[in-house]
Design a protein. Structure first.
Length: 731
């Protein structure tokens, strides 16, 4: 027989734990006459510490934590006693009122204090010591607090977490409830962290019909956004209809009107293909791809500022001064850069790409050209600068991205002052970033893209390097020869073996000589996890002298499993940071000293997807967390911590453009779905001095044999061969 419901009332003292979705919290409640705080568990909705609450629920015994009160319903109750009102006023919920002022206010208005302030807030000026300015501040805080509480109660009643509720209120303000009621699906478009399913749950709870046009439109757009996240610029119509029907649990027959409505509103573009169903683009993606092709064609077809002729005689002394003996392919690649307006140089590790960039810089400057150097990430830009002994910038800094200015400040109207722009690690460029680059290049400028087309494609949508190579729109040189110094590295040799579909070889040890490549067998994923922990915390630091946090990076194929990023991050946080006081936010725990990674571009903070740093401070009072990225310190509000993730282990995709002294790669058959040749190849090429595979030989064999790279739906190569496409300038 179920226990009968009871009602308890008290002051919410402290939130000990709150889940990410806001549906569960463990709190302390001060109940008058109880002799101590009571533990309450459940959904506390929008209530905050310091508030008086009334709770309907049941007492229960937890084997580990003892007696608890399980919440069925909770609501804020305004206190009625003088003492309770004073505590409420100075609890921090109303800015500008401390204990002394709270006592004066209650002395003046008595037990009717809260009713009076609620009905006529300006009467607060009657209290001695409260002038006009202070009164206005208190009135504003009181009004805003009431609005926030109303909005928060509405949002939390739909199981929206406190963090997301705060973001929603920041986005929409007092109109939040009205905006959501009119179109819940607007949340998925406007708020990072809220997807279609959350918005759909709110809409369904509000009684929206499953076949409502707003719902069908939102579902189609969501599927296109998901495809974008998977690297596609578009989806074939049949694939889009199938995905949308599965998501919405409707027939594909009802989606025609939604698609036509989106096309009419210029939210999507349908483009015929040579064969099969038409391509469906989000309008922004269509515009970007068309503009990228137009600007690339503009560069290719515009005459060069200077015609250099045969540069062989000028190149030879430059190579000698640099101490290089250029191979035939390197020589051809350098000259190709000056013979084409757009050039691509691609090749694996040890094939001399950096040597070529150094020689191109020297030759261009010898010819009086202004050279710009850039890379997609900060780490890649620093490596490029060190190799060339010149200033190299991230693409965002080169083009002066400004959050306040609304985008890149260098563009068609204000082109870059360069004759030659060299972009390294170009395999990381997505279509959007390439579009920004080519828009900012003047007609006379040349563009050199250097990268490894055999690595994983960009995290963002498109297949830039592959499409330009396929289209033959510019000069393309593929480097295949591994140079003598690189041949001494088992990392380089094995990367090329894997790229050719061959199993890696472990070098034969001579005495106590340490190699740069090892494989460590593990019979199970759990054993692999244990061996990785031992390698990071003890064996590698002792044998090689590398720091377990700063020098070693674990690159896992996926998030899930015993050696997925999620589990490895938890166990390694405990291994490295067990004693630190933690901040718990839902399922995430943050500690000072933690290694963390930014998971999306935040232009306002000037921190970007893939940047890795260390937590240096957590301020519970200010609700902020500080991370040091290299020499910069970035402050995050607690509401924005979903932009961070632990980075003791990261995915291979997130490692692109970066190099680490030591890389550990878990290889287990548990990750079967993601065991691909280009993924293992990419992971291995991230290691600079030491690489270790941990797992089973069978998993490595699966990856090496699987050369089926994921198809990306993109039309850039096709557009580079034609000129009639025009962008559609709409949302």
């Amino acid at each position: 027989m179920s226990q009968q419901s009871e009602i308890i009332k008290g002051t919410l003292k402290r939130v000990r734990f709150a889940s990410d979705d806001g549906a569960f919290a463990v709190c302390e409640l001060d109940v008058d006459g109880s002799g101590g705080p009571v533990t309450i568990v459940g959904n506390i909705l929008a209530t905050q510490p310091g508030e008086l609450v009334e709770i309907v629920g049941r007492w229960q015994e937890n084997q580990r934590f003892g007696r608890q009160f399980a919440i069925d319903r909770i609501q804020t109750v305004l206190p009625t006693t003088r003492e309770g009102i004073e505590r409420y006023l100075c609890s921090g919920l109303i800015e500008g009122i401390g204990p002394v002022l709270a006592e004066r206010i209650v002395t003046h208005f008595g037990e009717a204090t809260l009713d009076i302030i609620d009905a006529d807030p300006l009467r607060i000026k009657e209290v001695a010591g409260i002038g006009k300015v202070r009164a206005e501040r208190i009135v504003a805080a009181w009004g805003e607090g009431r609005l926030v509480r109303n909005v928060m109660v509405f949002l939390r009643s739909h199981n929206i977490s406190a963090n997301l509720a705060a973001k929603i209120f920041k986005q929409y303000g007092p109109q939040a409830v009205e905006t959501i009621q009119q179109n819940p699906y607007q949340l998925a478009e406007d708020i990072y962290g809220i997807g279609f399913r959350t918005a759909d749950a709110i809409a369904q709870k509000a009684g929206m019909d499953a076949n409502a046009l707003e719902r069908l439109r939102a579902g189609v757009l969501h599927c296109l956004r998901e495809a974008h996240s998977d690297g596609h610029m578009y989806l074939p119509l049949t694939a889009l209809l199938e995905a949308s029907a599965n998501l919405l649990a409707v027939s594909t027959d009802v989606l025609g009107d939604a698609l036509e409505s989106l096309r009419h509103d210029r939210r999507v573009v349908l483009e015929p293909l040579d064969a099969g169903s038409p391509a469906v683009f989000r309008t922004g993606a269509y515009n970007v791809e068309v503009e990228t092709a137009l600007h690339l064609r503009r560069l290719v077809e515009a005459p060069a500022f200077l015609s250099f002729g045969d540069l062989s005689d000028a190149l030879s002394p430059i190579a000698r001064r640099l101490g290089f003996d250029l191979a035939a392919a390197q020589h051809a690649a350098i000259l190709s850069t000056f013979g084409h307006k757009v050039s691509v140089i691609t090749g694996g590790p040890g094939t001399g790409k950096t040597t070529i960039i150094q020689a191109v810089c020297r030759l261009a400057e010898h010819l009086g050209q202004r050279v710009g150097l850039a890379a997609p990430t900060g780490r890649a830009a620093r490596r490029l600068g060190e190799a060339t002994e010149r200033e190299a910038k991230t693409v965002h800094r080169l083009l002066e991205y400004s959050f306040k200015g609304g985008g890149f400040q260098y563009n068609e109207e204000r082109p870059l002052d360069v004759d030659l722009l060299i972009v390294d690690e170009a395999s990381m460029l997505d279509t959007y970033l390439l579009s920004a680059i080519v828009r900012a290049l003047p007609d006379q400028a040349s563009l050199l893209l250097v990268g490894d087309v055999d690595q994983l494609p960009s995290v963002g949508p498109g297949n830039v390097l592959g499409d330009i190579i396929t289209s033959a729109a510019g000069g393309v040189v593929r480097l295949t020869e591994i140079f003598r110094q690189a041949e001494e590295s088992a990392i380089v040799v094995n990367a090329h073996r894997i790229n050719r579909g061959q199993m890696p070889l472990v070098p034969v040890r001579r005495g106590d000589e340490l190699a740069d490549f090892y494989t460590i067998s593990a019979e199970s994923p759990l054993q692999a996890q244990e061996r990785i922990i031992e390698l990071v915390t003890r064996r590698i630091p002792q044998a090689f002298g590398y720091d377990g946090l700063d020098d070693i990076q674990i690159l896992s194929p996926m998030h899930k499993g015993d050696v997925g990023c999620a589990m490895l991050n938890r166990v390694l946080q405990q291994a490295f940071n067990a004693e630190a006081v933690s901040l718990v936010r839902g399922q995430a725990s943050w500690k000072v000293g933690d290694k963390v990674m930014q998971t999306r571009n935040n232009y306002e903070q000037d921190v970007f997807n893939g940047d890795i740093g260390r937590i240096v401070a957590i301020d519970a009072g200010e609700k902020t967390l500080d991370v040091r990225f290299d020499e910069r310190r970035v402050t995050y509000e607690f509401a924005n911590l979903d932009e961070l993730t632990l980075a003791y282990a990261i995915t291979v995709h997130k490692s692109q453009g970066s190099e680490y002294p030591v890389v550990i790669i878990p290889m287990v058959t548990q990750h079967f779905v993601l065991l691909q040749r280009n993924l293992l190849y990419t992971a291995l090429t991230r290691a600079r001095k030491l690489a270790i595979l941990v797992g089973s030989e069978e998993a490595v064999k699966i990856a090496v044999k699987n050369d089926r790279a994921q198809l990306r739906y993109t039309r850039l190569a096709h557009r580079l061969l034609r000129a009639e496409d025009e962008p559609i300038f709409a949302r």
